[in-house]
Ligand binder design. Structure first.
Ligand SMILES: Nc1ncnc2c1ncn2[C@@H]1O[C@H](COP(=O)(O)OP(=O)(O)O)[C@@H](O)[C@H]1O
Ligand SMILES: N[C@@H](CCOP(=O)(O)O)C(=O)O
Length: 294
């Protein structure tokens, strides 16, 4: 079987709603594929019971259909569904890279991003690419209708995942339909600061650029304990905190790798005080999907 490791991702990064994303060094989905006359799917791992095995409802199955590449697909979920860590996107990205190789389709990594985004449409109702782009390409990605820009960033981060569920569809429903001019100016300033920070691997700039006055405050209300967790992470030294993707995961940028332990423990502790169990990943910005072998 051909095996691909496709990383979890964190989309939006506060000021880059539906545009920014980063690949994380961990966790990741592992997707195994072999040729078959029709597509079948088996799912194991974190939250497997919440992932449909019907190909038309599974992001990996939709990718197989779009690529006309029927296969038996085994997905070992490292990324729990409805986490804000691009769980459905990791499977779509892994399947796209694996099936492209298995069937020798010759598509470029960027072409695979748009293909994998079709898989995402089955979950959120829209073919958004801000998770599949970093999962396939790695690093920090900027996705617009005009194309994808990739920056090879390297920063230590912590992602804290509470034992609660927020579906991307639900979290899209609370996003305001319009913004005021002063909110737009603030968002453009923060997004620009963040991009400069990614280009320089500068955690101070990236942390500052994570703030957004529109989407994050609306979504934070869906996450029990969010404000306390964000305060705790900052007190432990994080340069900035935001909702990871559509939540409920919370992302914090750290000054250095050693600081991650304290930030992780502060975030888990603050969720605990709010009565919510949580786990933290000490992670960083990492590589895109990798073929591990046959
Ligand atoms: N291969 C897959 N892996 C994970 N979730 C999937 C997959 N295919 C379909 N889904 C569905 O996608 C939803 C999770 O996606 P989403 O809400 O975007 O969460 P996340 O923030 O983790 O990406 C769940 O309802 C799940 O059943
Ligand atoms: N831009 C999307 C990203 C959703 O990410 P996920 O990891 O929660 O699936 C959004 O914010 O809706």
């Amino acid at each position: 079987m051909l095996t691909v490791r496709a990383p979890a991702t964190s989309a939006n990064l506060g000021s880059g709603f539906d545009v920014f994303g980063v690949a994380l060094t961990r966790p990741a989905d592992v997707v195994r594929v072999e040729r078959a006359s029709e597509t079948t799917i088996e799912v194991t791992g974190a939250g497997a019971e919440f992932v449909p095995t019907e190909p038309a409802e599974n992001t990996a199955g939709v990718v197989a259909r779009e690529l006309d590449a029927p296969a038996h697909i085994e997905i070992d979920k490292g990324v729990r569904p409805s986490s804000g860590l691009g769980s459905s996107a990791s499977s779509a990205a892994g399947a796209a890279v694996a099936l492209n190789e298995l069937y020798d389709r010759g598509l470029s990594r960027e072409e695979l991003v748009w293909l994998a985004a079709e898989g995402e449409a089955v979950v959120s109702g829209e073919a958004h690419a801000d998770n599949v782009a970093p999962s396939i390409l790695g690093g920090f990605t900027i996705v617009t209708d005009e194309g994808i820009t990739r920056i090879d960033a390297d920063l230590p981060v912590v992602v804290c995942l509470p034992e609660t569920v927020v579906s991307t569809r639900e979290a899209r429903g609370v996003v305001p339909e319009s913004v005021e001019m002063d909110q737009m100016v603030e968002t453009v300033g923060n997004a620009s600061t963040l991009v400069a920070g990614m280009c320089r691997d500068d955690p101070e700039l990236v942390g500052r650029g994570l703030t957004d006055p529109v989407v994050t405050p609306a979504r934070a209300d869906l996450i029990e304990g969010y404000d306390a967790v964000a305060d705790a992470a900052r007190e432990a030294g994080a340069t900035g905190v935001t909702v990871s993707g559509a939540g409920p995961g919370v992302l914090a940028v750290c000054r250095d790798c050693d600081q991650r332990r304290a930030v992780a423990s502060a975030m888990v502790g603050a969720f605990g005080e709010a009565g919510v169990d949580a786990q933290a990943y000490q992670t960083g910005i990492g590589r895109g999907a990798e073929i591990l072998g046959e």
